[in-house]
Design a protein around this ligand. Structure first.
Ligand SMILES: NC(=O)c1ccc[n+]([C@@H]2O[C@H](COP(=O)([O-])OP(=O)(O)OC[C@H]3O[C@@H](n4cnc5c(N)ncnc54)[C@H](O)[C@@H]3O)[C@@H](O)[C@H]2O)c1
Ligand SMILES: O=c1ccn([C@@H]2O[C@H](COP(=O)(O)OP(=O)(O)O[C@H]3O[C@H](CO)[C@@H](O)[C@H](O)[C@H]3O)[C@@H](O)[C@H]2O)c(=O)[nH]1
Length: 369
């Protein structure tokens, strides 16, 4: 797998914040840390993560930031270690002013087999964190205006949208799988904490995110992993890329660096907004892209670029690369979120899907050498 984040020199900015990042050793969290730790050398970043199976794929995701003076890592399970979390947030030398909550079990396929674990881990982890924030803001009421909590939700909480349908941040929640339901439950519990305890919490609901260091249970890295065993004519039958059902379901894919920048934009917007209004309770932002593609076309695109770059093969018979497997218990047909609001705070997608995939494949092939 490719390991480079694609994040080159980020101009450093002077901002003083004490930031807690949960789930920062995972795929999206680690790229976001790569970006923010470098961009804000005067901010202090503490990452807590339980280090799940998805965390240390091939190499430590935190390799880049672990040598930085403004970065600390603590191994901690938010769902299991409420007391340690409370000590960190309420009884340590830290004075957290920003919390970014990435921590979650993130694999839809795994959630069908162990739904209760997803509820236990995702919901309890988030609520334990919220409880610690409730204590924090009770003991430091003046912090409220400067306190920024960003929770990473997902477009899956809305369920699927039909062709022609588009859903904005006020849309109803209709999750269809246990993972999405656990994420929707977090969103609803957050809503309760915002109103009951006046904790300002901002939600980000994003399309699929892809990029280097993603665990190969998700379709793009699964495809790259299978291609490691490809010859110029295809892949041995058992090792072929698994396509769930007929492969006609579509997804929209955003590069992880664009996602990290969206988090940064929202954080900066919050710095100005929360301080200017005493009754600010947070916002919800959809973060999306128009790069929509069905699973079969996505896999064909990756195979085509890979075979051209590695073997100089210009045309391929896709059936020698894929195998159809049983579909998910329920597979959302497509997601189509309206992301006008995030564009209004100055964010825009910079890396197209074609460009992102080209770079990913190139790095994958170079890595093999
Ligand atoms: N990958 C996507 O396409 C995508 C899209 C939209 C939203 N999201 C959301 O973004 C967040 C990050 O997803 P990802 O793709 O990086 O997943 P990931 O599985 O790579 O990372 C999740 C991280 O959270 C940690 N974690 C899980 N439970 C924890 C707990 N109880 N205590 C401490 N740490 C815990 C894991 O160890 C892991 O490092 C998740 O909340 C996910 O729901 C992901
Ligand atoms: O080996 C595989 C893996 C997936 N799929 C299909 O590919 C699509 C994408 O699946 P996957 O890559 O697992 O992503 P999603 O299930 O769409 O979920 C991702 O995107 C969501 C946002 O939409 C996030 O909330 C999740 O954490 C993240 O894993 C789905 O239709 C799957 O059925 C396959 O056909 N074969």
């Amino acid at each position: 797998m490719t390991q480079d984040s694609g994040i080159s020199d980020v101009g450093a900015e002077t901002v003083n914040e004490d930031v807690l990042v949960t789930g920062g050793a995972g795929f999206i969290g680690s790229h976001t840390l790569d970006y923010l730790v470098q961009k804000y050398p005067d901010c202090k970043f503490t990452c807590v993560d339980k280090l799940s199976y998805a965390t240390n794929y091939l190499e430590n995701n935190l390799r880049k930031v672990s040598g930085c003076d403004n970065f600390t890592f603590i191994k901690l399970d938010l769902a299991e270690e409420h007391q340690r979390l409370d000590e960190l947030i309420n009884h340590s030398a830290n004075n957290f002013t920003t919390i970014i909550n990435f921590a979650a079990e993130s694999c839809v396929d795994k959630s069908f087999n162990d739904p209760l674990y997803f509820t236990k881990n995702n919901v309890l982890a988030t609520q334990n964190l919220l409880e610690c924030c409730r204590t924090l803001l009770n003991s430091k009421p003046n912090l409220r205006r400067n306190f920024k909590f960003i929770h990473i939700s997902t477009d899956e909480v809305y369920g699927e949208q039909k062709e022609g349908e588009i859903i904005d941040e006020d849309g109803p929640l209709h999750p269809t799988n246990p993972y999405a339901a656990s994420k929707a439950a977090c969103d609803l519990i957050i809503e309760a904490y915002k109103h009951s305890y006046k904790i300002p919490i901002t939600l980000i609901r994003s399309n699929n995110v892809y990029g280097p260091r993603q665990f190969p249970e998700k379709i793009i890295p699964a495809c790259l992993k299978a291609l490691q065993k490809a010859s110029p004519t295809g892949i041995a039958e058992k090792e072929r890329i698994p396509i769930h059902g007929n492969g006609r379901h579509t997804r929209r894919y955003l590069h992880v660096l664009d996602f990290a920048k969206a988090v940064d934009h929202i954080w900066n917007w919050l710095k100005n907004t929360s301080e200017s209004s005493s009754d600010f309770l947070g916002e919800t932002f959809n973060v999306g892209t128009d790069d929509e593609v069905d699973n079969l076309s996505m896999v064909k695109l990756i195979c085509t670029i890979f075979m051209r770059k590695k073997f100089g093969v210009e045309s391929l018979d896709a059936s020698s690369f894929i195998r159809h497997t049983k579909d998910r218990n329920y597979n959302d047909f497509r997601y189509s979120i309206d992301f006008t609001k995030i564009k209004k705070v100055g964010w825009k997608q910079e890396i197209s899907l074609e460009q992102g995939i080209e770079e990913l494949v190139k790095a994958e092939i170079e890595n093999e050498k």
